[in-house]
Design a protein around this ligand. Sequence first.
Ligand code: TYD
Length: 227
Amino acid sequence: MTPWKTTNRSAVHPDGSFIVFEGIDGAGKSTQAKKLAEKLSELGIPTLLTAEPSQSPAGRIIRSFKTRPDPGEEVRLFTEDRRHHVQQVIQPTLDAGRTVVCDRYVYSSVAYQGARGIRPEEIISVNRAFAIAPDVIFLLEVPIEVALTRIGAGRRQGASPFEARENLESVARIYRSLSDPLLQRLDGTAAVAEVHLRIVELLRGLAHSAQLRRVLASDGSSSPPFS
Ligand code: TYD
């Protein structure tokens, strides 16, 4: 079961692409989302980098959590945040022909709220009502040990309430179980530059946006030197 009825949204956003990054905390998705957005902008593709939880009122409540609310309330807040984000940011940007790179989307709810006992089917059916389909979802995969080391090294304040090991293991298990033709799984343990190259290569091969195909096809700078 996927959250989207159709995997072909090119009729809806013919030029701009909707690219999503997913993964557990510490997988490197924020770094890769930023690098890709910069790369596309450099190539002349107008690109918006955005993230969930977003800047909506619900997103601000989520970011202010000291302890997690009950699972039902958590789902409600993330859903409200996503609905606002889609309506106010993602859809208008795509409608304007621009590309959207989004750090976390529906599968973050499936994995993180799923890890708290909410059934994935329930989360998917709530999101299906409003969450437009991405063109591609890059899922960065890293072992828990690597993720925990990165989180520890990168955050002076210590782990957030979301980042306890046991929780992260459940989240990773759900990410591993996902099956969706939109998902592209990537080894997130490779060097940042290498993962980035792989993402650009994969995008070049995906036929969802004429603009993206055209620009990436004529850009040789990201080809690996050894190919
Ligand atoms: P994260 O991407 O880690 O943001 P930041 O790097 O700014 O801290 O997201 C914050 C947390 O929110 C993360 O642990 C995952 C969680 N989350 C959910 O539980 N459900 C969701 O639907 C989303 C979008 C995020």
